[in-house]
Write a protein that binds this ligand. Structure first.
Ligand code: PEP
Length: 274
């Protein structure tokens, strides 16, 4: 079965929510989404490192995956401030995000840094979510496609097709669309960029595997724009910041887009809600 037959919906809570608040958020989301089977919807939350253990104890990989916001390159060593893959495994992380816009642009991580982090995450068996996205300047110069291809080709340099098939997800998060000053991407532009990403993934891994890698859109997603985005054929899911930090609001977005996604896939289940 294609990995793209289900909808991917997740949130990165950035440097918000203490462990107590993160667990509450997870518990409420679990309660709200308990009727939706995991083969229909893959949910995930990427909290601060200190919240992973408490959250992983409360949920299963099938229900809601719990992820880390980055990963170090090595298992141990003189890397103050980094987090080891062994530490993430031990606390129960399922997923690792690499190359979020804030890591690239606030903390100046390069494509080569991201490549090492991706390699480490995949080698340690984490589902790996590589974030890519062009800056406003790159968009204005008309080099978005090239910028995305560079981030993908360097970031995924050491990933094999079989690793990609099993473990890799991509988030398209244009830098200009993210956060409080972000302007959400127009749905047709987002769809076109997802098409470029899928073309680059097919070039890297072959069309069968490259074409089956989930590509999620992120950047100021909310209840108003989520439906238009999910109607686009190249958008396999939504990766949401602020709009998902309230579990009830996140659930409202999920309930709005899931039927549209099902309709798009021609897979509305008779006799069941989903
Ligand atoms: C993000 O930080 O990955 C993100 C998508 O944030 P927001 O939805 O708040 O723009």
């Amino acid at each position: 079965m294609s990995r793209l037959s289900k909808l991917y919906m997740g949130t990165n809570t950035k440097m918000y929510k203490t462990p107590v608040h993160a667990v509450r958020h997870l518990a409420r989301l679990t309660e709200l989404c308990s009727d939706i089977p995991p083969d229909v919807l893959q949910l995930f939350i990427i909290p601060s490192y200190t919240s992973i253990e408490g959250m992983a104890k409360l949920t299963t990989r099938d229900a809601i995956m719990v992820g880390a916001q980055s990963i170090g390159y090595e298992e141990e060593g003189q890397y103050t401030g980094e987090i080891s893959p062994l530490m993430l495994s031990e606390v129960g992380a399922d997923l690792v995000m690499v190359g979020h816009s804030e890591r690239r642009h606030t903390f100046l991580e390069s494509d080569f840094d991201e490549e090492r982090r991706v390699r480490c995450a995949i080698e340690h068996d984490f589902t790996t979510l590589l974030c890519v996205g062009e800056t406003l300047e790159q968009k204005q110069y008309g080099v978005s496609r090239e910028a995305l291809a560079v981030q993908l080709k360097i970031g995924l340099h050491s990933v094999t097709a079989s690793q990609a098939n099993d473990k890799l997800w991509i988030a398209y998060e244009p830098v200009w669309a993210i956060g409080v000053n972000g302007v959400p991407a127009d749905e047709s532009y987002a769809n076109a960029m997802h098409g470029e990403i899928k073309a680059a993934l097919s070039e890297i891994f072959g069309s069968e595997i490259g074409g089956d890698i989930p590509v999620l859109y992120g950047g100021s997603v909310n209840l108003q724009n989520a439906e238009k985005l999910i109607r686009q054929p190249n958008i396999d899911g939504l990766f949401i910041g602020r709009g998902a930090w309230d579990a009830d609001n996140f659930n409202s977005i999920i309930r709005a887009v899931l039927p549209l996604f099902q309709e798009r896939k021609g897979s509305v289940r008779s006799g069941k809600e989903w």
